[in-house]
Every structure is written in C-alpha cells, then in structure tokens.
Ligand binder design. Structure first.
Ligand SMILES: CC(C)(COP(=O)(O)OP(=O)(O)OC[C@H]1O[C@@H](n2cnc3c(N)ncnc32)[C@H](O)[C@@H]1OP(=O)(O)O)[C@@H](O)C(=O)NCCC(=O)NCCS
Length: 158
C-alpha cells in the first residue's frame, strides 16, 4: 500500500488538460492530442477522470466512460518516477469503486498484449482476457487484448 499521506486524489477537470497531456506523452508511444483531452475533460458527458497529485503535480491519472452499465477504461498512466509504488493499482481500485457507485455491472479495457506491467496489473484486479484484436496497435506493432471484469451485483433482497 503506497504512502497515501503524501498524495491527494480528485476528479479531473478542463483546467487539468495540460497536466494530463504531459503525463500522457511520458506514458504512451501514441499520445492523444490536446483537443482530445479538452473534449474528454470538458465536453464528454460519459467520461470521468481521476488523478493523484503530489502537492499540485499530477503523478497519475485514469479515465473511463460509463456506457449504460459498463465502465470502459480509456486511459491509465503513472508518472515514470512513481511507478512500482502501488499507485496504478490504487487508481484502478478507485475506478472500480466509482463504477460500482454508478451502478456498473462490468468493466472493460483494451491493452497491448506485450504491455506486461499493465496486463499483470489488470489480471491482479480480476480482469480476464475475453478477446483479441490482431495487429490493432502500431508504434510498435502489437495485438490488443480485450479484458473484462464482472462487478458484484446488489445482494438479493436488498
Ligand atoms: C501500467 C502502469 C499504470 C502500472 O502502474 P504502477 O503504479 O507502476 O503499478 P503498481 O505499482 O500499482 O503495480 C500493481 C501491479 O501491477 C503489476 N506491475 C506493475 N508494474 C509492473 C512491471 N513493471 N512488471 C510487471 N508487473 C508490473 C504487478 O502485478 C503489480 O503488483 P505487485 O506489486 O503485487 O507485483 C504503469 O506502468 C504505466 O503508467 N505504464 C505506462 C502507461 C500504460 O501502459 N498504461 C496502461 C495502458 S492499457
């Protein structure tokens, strides 16, 4: 469990777009555009993003779209200096809690087959591979694994 004393969490908003973009560029070989994040953080009613901050500095973020009763994870990234300290796992657990609170019954994501860190993280949390999109990614070329996590439903009689 990371030292939560030092780090705060909050929902991200339009004003966070540049910090998100910076982290995205550190984390991904095909980063999203600034316009894409402005849309995600400011316009997209389906999108919810949360971030972890060390003081004012964004050190990790993740986002999902709530589509009816499914949480579709779109991005998860931890600053390279903060990796392997439990923040990615905590972030994902927070997303799961948010999805449950909004009535989602399952969650899904796509991940590069050779992204060992992310695949292990998702398996640790209970995600299972249910599909494969061959050659889905480039830079570098890779297949996409499609993973799903079934969320616990309400207890019968409640
Ligand atoms: C994937 C990523 C979010 C993991 O974040 P993190 O904060 O380093 O992960 P955590 O420290 O919380 O690790 C949680 C679990 O993930 C797995 N994991 C994380 N990094 C790993 C690595 N380098 N190698 C193998 N397993 C790893 C382990 O199962 C780990 O559990 P353990 O500590 O009990 O072994 C981070 O590496 C990252 O930002 N990568 C670049 C962006 C990316 O690939 N995002 C996912 C796109 S689908």
């Amino acid at each position: 469990m990371p030292d939560a004393e030092q780090i705060s969490m909050r929902r991200l908003q339009l004003a966070d777009a540049d910090a998100v973009l910076y982290l995205d560029r550190l984390a991904f070989s095909r980063p999203w555009s600034r316009d894409a994040y402005l849309e995600e953080l400011g316009e997209n009613q389906l999108a919810r993003y949360i971030g972890f901050f060390a003081g004012e500095r964004l050190i990790a973020f993740a986002g999902y779209w709530l589509i009816v009763d499914e949480g579709h994870i779109v991005n998860v990234a931890v600053h390279p200096n903060y990796r392997r300290q439990g923040w990615g796992e905590l972030l994902m657990r927070r997303l799961i809690t948010f999805c449950l609170a909004e009535g989602a019954t399952r969650m899904t994501l796509e991940v590069r087959r050779h992204n060992q860190a992310a695949c292990r993280l998702y398996h640790k949390l209970g995600f299972e591979t249910k599909g494969l999109r061959p050659g889905y990614y480039d830079e570098p070329p890779d297949d996409a694994l499609i993973m799903w996590l079934e969320l616990p439903g309400p207890v019968a009689g409640e």
